[in-house]
Design a protein around this ligand. Structure first.
Ligand SMILES: C[S@@+](CC[C@H](N)C(=O)[O-])C[C@H]1O[C@@H](n2cnc3c(N)ncnc32)[C@H](O)[C@@H]1O
Length: 236
């Protein structure tokens, strides 16, 4: 593919020389982002930061044409390959920005989220637009609640950094993915970007890859060129 550089990372390829690595913390466990024992986001977490905005503002932001201009959803869909008939679990589906597009392209989509309001919004969206091949699934903060080998693909967009104890969490994701299936993570470069969460909530690529290795993933394809502010990690 023209203009797209791929870095294939294999096991034991630690500390990739990524231009977007930035001053990451070498944590493997969660960094306190998003744990909700009492239903409230932890102070300073990615979820607490997100919920500083009203629900209406979040929906507007997630679904805005400005987002399309940097998120390039059609390029992302192309990059995912042939998804027709594939079961895709979108973890942290939010308003359904990607879930709906995936379903329209013929995937069977499970739009999973911890948040009742987003799930309710998406349910209404599905009903109103008579969308097919897509269902919502309310999940807890610490588990994707996948059945064994349920997913051909697990997609997680701008949400990886919201999850705690990620190596444990993604070991569960791996169990819920078919042997030939893959995990696709899209999240913000650890650098100053005009959009996205604050710098200290962002995770550099090598930390993500190390956490996924601990979760049992062994092969990685990292793309840093398709999108201006986000990397895409495919892991198996
Ligand atoms: C920044 S939004 C991204 C929404 C969507 N993926 C998108 O790209 O528009 C983060 C989403 O992750 C959800 N979330 C936060 N913590 C989560 C967790 N532990 N498991 C699953 N979803 C979570 C939030 O409720 C929210 O919908």
């Amino acid at each position: 593919m023209k203009n797209i550089a791929f870095i294939i990372l294999v096991v034991l390829c630690l500390g990739c020389n990524d231009k977007h690595r930035g001053p990451g913390k070498d944590q493997v466990k969660g960094n306190g982002h998003g744990h909700h024992k009492d239903g409230q986001p932890k102070h300073g977490s990615a979820n607490a930061y997100m919920h500083q905005s009203s629900f209406e503002d979040l929906i507007e932001r997630f679904e805005s044409p400005e987002r399309d201009s940097y998120q390039h959803p059609q390029k992302v869909l192309e990059y995912l390959g042939d998804i027709q008939g594939q079961t895709i679990v979108d973890i942290g589906a939010g308003s359904g920005y990607f879930s709906v597009k995936l379903a329209e392209k013929g995937a069977i989509v499970i739009a999973a989220d911890v948040d009742d309001k987003f799930q309710e919004f998406l349910k209404n969206r599905i009903e109103k637009n008579s969308l097919r091949n897509i269902e919502t699934r309310k999940i807890p903060y610490d588990s994707p609640n996948l059945k064994e080998k349920e997913a051909d693909m697990v997609l997680i967009v701008n949400t990886y950094h919201h999850i705690e104890n990620r190596s444990d969490y993604f070991a569960k994701v791996k169990k819920g993915t078919k042997p030939n299936g893959e995990l696709v993570i899209i999240d913000f470069f650890k650098s100053e970007t005009p959009v996205g969460p604050p710098l200290d909530h962002k995770l550099p690529i090598d930390i993500v890859v190390n956490e996924l290795k601990k979760a049992g993933y062994t092969s990685f394809t990292v793309n840093v060129d398709l999108l201006p502010y986000q990397y895409i990690i495919k892991a198996k």
